[in-house]
Ligand binder design. Sequence first.
Ligand code: NAD
Length: 281
Amino acid sequence: MSELKVVVAGAGGRMGAANIRAVAALSGLALHGAVVNARTLKLHAAVDRPGTPAIGQDAGLYAGIAALGVVISDDMDAALEGADAVIDFTAPAASVALAAKAASLGLVHVIGTTGCSEADDAAIATAAGNGAIVVKSGNFSMGVNVLASLVRKAASVLAEYDIEIVEMHHNKKVDAPSGTALLLGEAAAAGRQIALRDHSVRVRDGHTGPREAGTIGFATLRGGTVVGDHQVILAGPSERIELNHRAEDRTIFANGAARAALWAADQAPGLYSMNDVLGLN
Ligand code: NAD
């Protein structure tokens, strides 16, 4: 059985700690009870930005588990030496820079970072075309990706219903709408065979006039320590459907990212989504 050597980027962050715990805890044979492949994961290195408090600490202790003998460093190039994969939940500029490095080294690059602009996504797609095996998703949980399939179906069948997406996250989150809300919006748009960017309403304020038919609305709530709540409402004449997902723990994203890394290790270079990993396409 071979080992997949994984670098956790953003190791000092909330998701970084969850990713360290997932890589340490999960073997390739037991993810979600399904055999993914015959590899196990090994934490090869953990990195964050210079000056963050996590630098110099043992990755396991920092993440609240036993010591792993891997010190969190701020030297990305050294961390990538000899690695097979990077699990990256950082910030858009960091993920774009890392994608170029992953391409030059032919690495698996699992990207959970949200808030990427169209230019960031284009740069990541270019890296995938240049040799990186990229899996990028606004949400790595099984539940949200299954929910997205349901949303796509409902949006297609209930073609005249108004679609609104409501999300709530903790008060430290820096981007809005969330990557998951946008993922669900893309699923709804795909069900309607329209482009989300031409039909989304991100903000309503003042005298807005009546709702424009065919749009997909977003509402953003922030507060406390909420890991991530999402609701997709399909409102029609005299009835509405409400599809909900509540994330209770970051483990669901970290387990999904670990599963994606194992899956990607057997793929050709290119840009993939969690739908590809889960076979939902
Ligand atoms: P966080 O702020 O707690 O952690 C981000 C970490 O990245 C920080 O420690 C920061 O110092 C580090 N970082 C920033 N730039 C870096 C660089 N150039 N090199 C190395 N490290 C760098 O945030 P978080 O809550 O852990 O979330 C991180 C990202 O993941 C956000 O974009 C968030 O929206 C996203 N997220 C995605 C999913 C998903 O399933 N896709 C789930 C949860 C969060």
